[in-house]
Write a protein that binds this ligand. Structure first.
Ligand SMILES: Nc1ncnc2c1ncn2[C@@H]1O[C@H](COP(=O)(O)OP(=O)(O)O)[C@@H](O)[C@H]1O
Ligand SMILES: [Mg+2]
Length: 145
């Protein structure tokens, strides 16, 4: 079984600033992993590299065995990112937002799956509420969904 995340020898430099200096890290499937570090340690740079939002200078990153550069479609299909800031479209309900987001992944007619996710994130009662009406924690759970 491939690790969920495999990071090997990743470096990234912003001009004279070495943001990542050879990061090696494996995270197993099913593992909960907290990446901790002071401000500016390079956490966001590393996560952005995993999500394909930044390109490392060297090294490799894999999500469920898929290289995030060479096999980016499969890697992104297997990865969800909840950004630091709460970003959402204020015109949609929770369910509409999930239908729309599913579309970005090429998923259609997945109402049963959306119901299941809403249930597991304890958002069933908010399915038809506008995103604006959710509490901060509920918004974060909707973004996880
Ligand atoms: N786009 C960028 N251009 C220049 N420097 C950057 C950029 N992104 C991040 N940095 C720098 O890289 C270092 C790591 O930043 P970051 O990965 O955001 O840290 P963290 O998320 O751990 O707080 C910081 O010194 C930051 O200023
Ligand atoms: Mg950060």
């Amino acid at each position: 079984m491939s690790p969920a995340i495999r990071i090997a020898g990743v470096t990234k430099r912003f001009r004279s600033l070495q943001a990542l200096a050879g990061v090696d890290l494996d995270i197993a499937q099913g593992e909960f992993f907290g990446l901790l570090g002071p401000n500016g340690a390079g956490k966001t740079t590393l996560i952005s590299s995993l999500a394909g939002l930044a390109r490392p200078d060297s090294g490799t990153l894999e999500v469920m065995g898929h290289d995030v550069v060479r096999d980016y479609r499969a890697a992104r299909m297997a990865l969800g990112v909840v950004p630091q800031e709460l970003v959402f479209d204020p015109f949609f309900t929770v369910r509409e937002m999930l239908v729309l987001q599913s579309g970005y992944f090429g998923l259609k007619k997945n109402d049963a799956w959306i119901d299941e996710i809403l249930h597991h994130l304890d958002l069933t009662s908010k399915a038809n509420a506008n995103m604006r009406m959710l509490s901060g924690g509920m918004k974060r759970r909707a973004l996880v969904a």
